[in-house]
Design a protein. Structure first.
Length: 272
């Protein structure tokens, strides 16, 4: 046990186990919140320094006191995960009839710190633009998944900064590497025919962002064909076409900056 400034105790063993489980979750790429009591007043069930982990599904490890208060902490932690932002929360443990989560008579403050896995960027099409996007996404710290049906374009030599390389169909790639909600898909293929073939399956994923490279004229013909094939118009509204922010890009590197600038802007806005 470790003694705190006010003479009360916090279990060093419990906290060590919590930190061990936190390290394991981070290594596994599992979203998790570390909830730490940072201040207390008067009578409270647990003391400053006590830690608890809260996972995306609402499960938890450790305890910060149990009861209604802990349920509220778990709810706030899930909100912190959704918005990818830490926060301080305060609870009065005075009068449940007035909505307080307890009757201990004290209050406590917790710091909720989300640990998120890297954002996923799936790049469909590994030609010149696709390689430039993978390189920049890797530099930005994203987890990159490179997909192309041409095996010679998806080698370690040709696209060294991809975390995952998949040579084959998009359908097979999605089966092998399912898309999570925390994903941006960058479609930079060689032809409209390829886009028409793959976009329906990409639109069925929970990806937060899907952008497609090409001129407005190219997109009109692609969109018309997708509608004729039965893809609902409201699904097509999810797509960002033409992909990227207009910066008068000319070089491959500038095009990658344009594309990933839109990815960053869209995801940051969604997190607000």
């Amino acid at each position: 046990m470790e003694r705190t400034a006010n003479g009360l105790t916090v279990s060093a063993g419990d906290n060590a186990r919590i930190l061990h489980d936190l390290n394991r979750a981070v290594a596994d790429g599992e979203p998790v919140v570390l909830a730490t009591i940072v201040a207390t007043k008067r009578s409270v069930p647990r003391r400053a320094g006590t830690k608890m982990l809260v996972f995306e599904d609402g499960s938890s490890r450790g305890t910060v006191g149990g009861g209604q208060m802990e349920a509220k902490v778990i709810e706030a932690a899930q909100e912190a995960l959704r918005h990818h932002k830490p926060q301080l929360v305060e609870y009065e443990l005075v009068n449940p009839e007035e909505g307080d989560p307890g009757i201990c008579g004290g209050s406590l403050t917790l710091y909720l710190e989300p640990y998120m896995p890297p954002h996923n960027v799936y790049v469909i099409g590994c030609g010149h633009v696709g390689r430039a996007v993978v390189d920049l996404a890797h530099w930005l710290g994203y987890r990159t998944v490179a997909i192309d049906d041409r095996p010679d374009l998806v080698t370690e030599e040709s696209i060294p900064n991809a975390d995952v390389r998949f040579a084959g169909s998009v359908a097979a790639a999605l089966d092998a590497h399912p898309v999570s909600a925390d994903t941006s898909i960058v479609v930079v293929t060689r032809s409209p025919e390829v886009d028409i073939r793959i976009l329906p399956s990409l639109l069925e994923t929970p990806a937060r962002y899907v952008g497609v490279m090409g001129s407005r004229n190219r997109w009109r013909s692609t969109r018309d064909q997708l509608l004729a094939d039965g893809v609902p118009a409201e699904q097509l509204e999810r797509l960002h076409v033409p992909i990227g922010i207009e910066i008068n890009a000319e070089t491959l590197e500038e095009i990658a900056v344009s594309i990933l600038s839109e990815v960053v802007k869209f995801n940051r806005t969604e997190d607000l």
